[in-house]
Unconditional design. Structure first.
Length: 198
């Protein structure tokens, strides 16, 4: 059940599919029409040179607009006090957040190995998504499409894929619009709350 008047858009796609640029344009266009504030919630951590380059590239892409950037690798609910009514919010991205949360240290192990830890985190996430959607004019969530790849032989990778698949299904069900990016083209699977027939 949707709690607010905001619009939730879910954008997925493979690496370099154009999903982040497309999501940014969606929000910039909306903010220009209403004068709303642009908010970028970043979950990426510069853990290696490649990730640092990706972060810098995304910053350069946003340089022409007045984005408020919030660095939030984990605990998405902590951004709620910073979101205002009528904001245009981009969260990039779900897949990075999930990896960060799975490998949060709990005692001498990781969350992914602790009973109910990931269940609690994903439930909190969905509550947070609903709360942001209720406040914002538009909330766009970006996620990587990792399930098109061949199944992994590694147990933790299988667990990751299971969680991301479940979250994708829940978010698409909750979203007004669901878009898959493929080589820079937007394929609409859901629009205005209705499944697009193909």
């Amino acid at each position: 059940m949707r709690g607010g008047d905001g619009m939730l858009t879910f954008v997925s796609g493979g690496v370099r599919s154009g999903k982040s640029s497309f999501a940014e344009r969606l929000l910039v266009d909306g903010a220009r029409k209403t004068g709303g504030r642009l908010v970028y919630v970043a979950s990426g951590r510069a853990v290696d040179e490649e990730m640092q380059e990706r972060i810098e590239r995304h910053k350069a892409d946003r340089a022409g607009e007045s984005w408020l950037t919030i660095e939030q690798p984990m605990s998405l609910h902590e951004v709620l006090p910073f979101i205002r009514e009528g904001d245009f919010v981009l969260w990039d991205c779900l897949t990075t957040w999930l990896a960060n949360e799975m490998y949060e240290e709990i005692g001498h192990t990781y969350c992914v190995h602790v009973e109910n830890c990931m269940r609690d985190k994903t439930e909190r996430l969905m509550e947070t998504v609903a709360a942001i959607t209720a406040k914002a004019s538009q909330f766009v969530i970006v996620s990587n499409e990792v399930l098109d790849e061949l199944p992994s032989v590694y147990e933790e990778t299988k667990m990751y894929c299971g969680w991301i698949g479940m979250l994708h299904q829940q978010l698409v069900a909750f979203a007004d619009t669901a878009i898959e990016m493929d080589t820079g083209m937007a394929l609409y699977w859901k629009q205005d709350g209705q499944v697009v027939m193909r």
